[in-house]
Design a protein around this ligand. Structure first.
Ligand code: SF4
Ligand code: SF4
Length: 501
């Protein structure tokens, strides 16, 4: 037997004086960390299996447990971190590509945290959102430049289809397969109650969820899983997924072991077959090709639904967005490099793409400079963590934001970053029935609604403080933003002044 070079990352600390041997931890852990030893009358732990999801810690009735990061590190130095060394050991053992889940954890700058928001003082008074009307509703889609009314003031200009949202947030794409039935139901129910949208991702739409169609964005990805006429007609908008922030330039892969039962039916592929989404759409090699798909989808939905094109934030994103706007798309969704994922090669997730803040600012500027900004709406995602991130994104030029990780956290995710194993102890990123049932959609949807209502209130407060009473008036209003600790180039790309200016 060879030497095991990989040392446990976490330590399970059990206070034996408090432990009543109830074995809850043993039953609750899908990673089989805990085991009761009858002879010793002790619960013992195999820490090499622990992913620090904290399920056992939360449910231990006597608070006997804690999980801590091990301080038994390999000998690090400024060049070789513990993680670097461990990754080499893993690959030397497996010969395989490293896989990861959720977003890029590397310490690249988070520009949201280097941008501050303005507030009214003395002149241009602030607005009290509790007493005065505040409009958080947004309409996503092409805005006509020439609005005509008849003699009675009725609108006669035929507007392109719009996606109406009660607030500038949608739940981002997460496929049925990467997350559970109960997680999808929670998202669908919350989106419907809130008057926003959730997104099917590339896994098709389960038959039980067609009733949530008016609050659903249906996705068409390179694998075309589950895409057929009824599916396209069911959604409020159709999204063509070209790329994703966590893994720009590569496709997706859901292993055959997860393609079972409902998932195989919903994706319309045989049980046990790998669901592989190719890196490119094999019918798109130019903006003209993209235009053909955009108009095929419009044709298929009788020009009644806006078409979204989703891309990852990459180096020449402004030029790419300009092309997409000219392809006939109604909405461009841009996903930054900190965006989450159910599974991605670690090297891609951690090293490819650019921050959403810089991508958004440069796209908005480019579309304005070219006079085509109102031909499309912009939706941005990739680590929108709070209502203030939303407000900053709108002021930088977004029409709305996509959130996913924050939504999963509301459902109970503990960011253990092991979604790719399919063993999510919180019933979210799993298809195992005994784990799926741990997430109650009644509670899940309620928590999502609470989160969004809290953000809506905070967005109103932030806007009121600026003396602004609608999202429309905030959009692209970069005068409301100031940078701190940013260099000239960063400020120039963001199109904002430094604090104090
Ligand atoms: S859940 Fe807590 S009390 Fe129960 S066996 Fe585990 S450590 Fe002991
Ligand atoms: S969804 Fe589940 S597996 Fe994925 S990070 Fe959250 S708790 Fe961990």
């Amino acid at each position: 037997m060879g030497i095991n070079y990989i040392y446990p990352e976490f330590e399970v600390v059990r206070n034996d004086a408090r432990c009543i041997r109830c074995r809850v931890c043993e039953r609750q852990c899908s990673n089989q960390v805990h085991q009761y030893d009858k002879d010793l009358d002790l619960v013992i732990s195999d820490e090499s299996k622990c992913v620090n999801c904290k399920r056992c810690v939360s449910l231990c009735p006597t608070r006997a447990l804690k999980v801590v990061k091990s301080d038994c590190l390999l000998r690090e130095n400024a060049n070789w971190s513990n993680d670097n060394i461990n990754e080499v050991y893993k690959q030397a053992g497996s010969g395989g590509v490293l896989l990861s889940s959720m977003g890029n954890p590397k310490p690249f700058p988070v520009y949201w945290d280097k941008i501050l928001i303005n507030a009214s003082q003395v002149t241009n008074p602030s607005i009290d959102p509790l007493r005065e009307p505040m409009e958080t509703k947004v309409f996503l889609g092409k805005k006509g430049s020439d609005i005509k009314h008849d003699e009675n003031g009725n609108l006669i200009t035929k507007l392109p289809p719009q996606l109406e949202l009660s607030m500038p947030i949608m739940f981002s794409a997460m496929s049925y397969g990467s997350i559970s039935y109960n997680a999808h139901e929670s998202l669908a129910r919350a989106a419907t109650a809130l008057g926003i949208c959730y997104n099917t991702g590339e896994g098709g739409l389960h038959e039980d969820f067609y009733c949530y169609g008016p609050n659903t964005v249906v996705q068409v990805a390179s694998g075309r899983f589950g895409v057929f006429k009824d599916y396209l007609e069911a959604g409020a908008a159709v999204e063509i997924k070209i790329g994703q922030g966590a893994k720009p330039g590569i496709g997706g892969h859901l292993p055959g072991t997860k393609i079972v039962g409902d998932i195989s039916r919903t994706r319309m592929i045989p049980e046990g077959s790998d669901a592989i989404s190719p890196a490119p759409h094999h019918d798109i090699y130019s903006i003209e090709d993209l235009r053909q798909l955009v108009f095929s989808l419009k044709e298929a939905t009788e020009y009644k639904k806006p078409v979204i094109v989703k891309v990852a934030a990459v180096h020449n994103i402004a030029a790419i967005a300009s092309g997409i706007a000219r392809s006939g798309a109604d909405i461009i969704a841009i996903d930054g490099y900190r965006g989450g994922t159910g599974a991605a090669p670690t090297r891609i997730r951690d090293n490819v793409g650019i921050p959403i803040e810089l991508a958004l600012a440069s796209v908005d500027k480019r579309l304005r400079d070219e006079g085509i900004r109102n031909d499309v709406s912009l939706v941005v995602g990739g680590s929108i963590r709070s209502s203030s991130d939303v407000v900053k994104a709108i002021a930088l030029g977004a029409d709305a934001c996509y959130i996913a990780t924050a939504a999963l956290l509301a459902l109970g995710c503990h960011l253990c970053r092991t979604c790719h194993t399919g063993l999510c102890n919180w019933g979210i990123a799993t298809q195992k029935p005994e784990l799926v049932k741990r997430l109650n959609p009644d509670i899940g949807s309620e928590r999502l609604i609470n989160l969004m209502n809290a953000w809506r209130h905070e967005i109103k407060e932030l806007m009121g403080g600026m003396g602004i009473n609608s999202i429309e008036a905030l959009r692209g209003n970069r005068l409301m933003l100031r940078g701190v600790g940013l260099n000239e180039k960063e400020l120039e790309i963001l199109g904002i002044s430094h604090a104090g200016e």
